[in-house]
Design a protein around this ligand. Structure first.
Ligand SMILES: [Zn+2]
Length: 377
């Protein structure tokens, strides 16, 4: 069976593919680093278009699987067991917050253009030599995926990067043995439309964009439009608890070494402004309060904020119930007067901050703030 052009397919029905410049830059940089068949997941949006079976596709960013080599530890935090999945979920959760905010501020078609969930669009990987067509393995994987109702998605991009000598790349019209060239080919979505990006040392990185869906049932080539980053939605900074897993483990260890029990650690929309915050709830068996440590995604660059909740709230949580929100909902911000006298810097750790705050957070300090608030109301 010929995998590429056994069915006639009009180009007019194919997706319009828009790729952010940063995605092209990442592919080029990583094509020179990665071994073949190692690549990255593609993340972006598929937008349904009236009267066309295929959606418009926007590729916004990539996620590297190399992050998965980090050592994982910590029992208080329910993460998936792959960092690639955690990064996707982080972006997808944050994207939902952006959508809500955009809807509220525009309430019209302007904000609605990208009002769809973030999607896994497929992947890009490097091929050896001048192999710019998907392998039979690529075909089988993609075919199984788009027809898998449980885990699959109805359409998939397979983006292939190859590294060429410049002279070869320029002469390359017949490089694909199965290729049909000319107008007829373009009509059926078979004409090559690769990007060719010159790099140093007389080399060229060529990028071919292949697409398969439940309608096409085979790979067709797409012609990408590469767009300035500023014209496309941007993915937020990735939470420190995902990218700096070593620090995350160290922070939890230091807290428990200092006698704190960790009730819960999770991402939470603490200030209504994306990206999400990452919160750690701690308490001492003998303490008066549960402290919720609110860290920004770029922790430890900025000093975390703390909130306190009377420890009695624990009695209200049913056995096996999730403690985070009941504790959060009854929390108050720690008064400014209870933060330490020293200046925060990235060398400090959560446990030092919590200990310093705990020493100052007396019922008297809390009452003083409540009384002051009472006066101004
Ligand atoms: Zn391949």
């Amino acid at each position: 069976m010929n995998k590429y052009y056994n069915l006639a397919l009009s180009r007019a029905n194919l997706p319009h593919l828009t790729v952010a410049q940063r995605v092209v830059d990442k592919i080029v940089a990583n094509a020179l680093l990665y071994e073949t068949e190692t690549g990255e997941a593609l993340v972006g949006l598929t937008v349904k278009v009236p009267a066309r079976s295929e959606p418009d596709i926007y590729v916004l960013d990539t996620i590297s699987p190399l992050a998965d080599t980090t050592v994982r530890e910590g029992a208080y935090f329910e993460q998936g067991d792959d960092t690639q999945g955690d990064i996707f979920n982080w972006w997808a959760d944050n994207w939902e917050r952006f959508r809500e905010r955009r809807r509220a501020s525009y309430g019209s078609a302007i904000g609605a253009k990208w009002d769809v969930p973030l999607a896994n669009l497929g992947d890009w990987h490097k091929h050896p030599g001048t192999l710019t067509t998907p392998s039979s393995g690529d075909f089988e994987t993609a075919y199984e995926h788009i027809f898998d109702d449980q885990k699959g998605i109805p359409q998939l991009l397979v983006v292939l990067a190859t590294v060429w000598d410049r002279t070869m790349a320029e002469l390359d019209l017949s490089a694909d043995p199965d290729e049909v060239v000319g107008e007829q080919a373009d009509k059926y979505g078979l004409k090559p439309h690769p990007l060719k990006i010159p790099i140093s040392g007389g080399k060229v990185v060529r990028i071919d964009f292949w697409y398969m869906s439940r309608h096409t049932r085979r790979f067709v080539k797409l012609k990408p439009i590469v767009t300035e980053d500023s014209l496309m939605p941007n993915m937020p900074v990735i939470g420190w608890h995902i990218v700096d897993y070593q620090r995350f483990g160290e922070e939890l260890n230091r807290l428990s070494d200092d006698g704190y029990s960790i009730l819960r650690a999770q991402a939470h929309n603490a200030d209504d402004v994306p990206p999400l915050e990452f919160c750690v709830q701690v308490f001492r068996m003998t303490g008066k309060y549960i402290l919720t440590i609110v860290t920004a995604a770029d922790y430890p660059n900025s000093c975390p904020k703390l909130r306190y909740t009377p420890i009695d709230v624990i009695k209200e949580i049913p056995d096996g119930g999730k403690p985070f929100l009941p504790v959060w909902n009854k929390s108050q911000p720690v008064p400014d007067t209870c933060y330490p006298d020293w200046q925060w810097s990235p060398e400090h750790h959560l446990s030092e901050l919590v200990k310093a705050v705990e020493a100052k957070l007396t019922p008297g300090a809390v009452a003083a703030v409540s009384a002051k608030k009472g006066e101004t109301v």
